[in-house]
Design a protein around this ligand. Sequence first.
Ligand SMILES: [Zn+2]
Length: 175
Amino acid sequence: MAALALRVDPIADAGELARFWAKVVKGPGSGDCWLWTGAISDDDYGRFYLKREGRARCVRPNRYVLAAVLGMDPANVAVAEHAVCDVPLCVRVAGDATGHVWPSTQALNLARMAMRSRGGGPWWNWRWRGGDRASTAARSRALRSAVANGWDATAVRAVLDAPLPGQGVLQLFDD
Ligand SMILES: [Zn+2]
């Protein structure tokens, strides 16, 4: 997906921001994900449609929140990574220790720190990678369904605990 020069102005783009957050279901726990429940593309990430300069655009929600919350231009962020949860639909950007999504460099640093300390991560802190694209996209859709009527911790956990077809041993971290 081509990088999009994007600024999100809290006042001028208030309607767009409201539309974005209306599609996010936030887990109540301090370590819970904030899950995107809008459109999901075949690559298992979400899609958020907006307009800039009169043109329809499409961005990944996990990049959009970097602009919305941290004021970063996604065009200058190589990758928005999920350093804590690795859940593609997660948009928990906070800019502090409670955040799950970080610009790439910070994400890598956080991942390294987590590996060293082996602590602080949520229970689903294992990698989603390893399944094929169709199965990870199916999981994203299952996760979206799990929170269709609000946060349902049991349903969310059931989706995240299920191994992907073709996936080997889950890399669980010690809690
Ligand atoms: Zn998360």
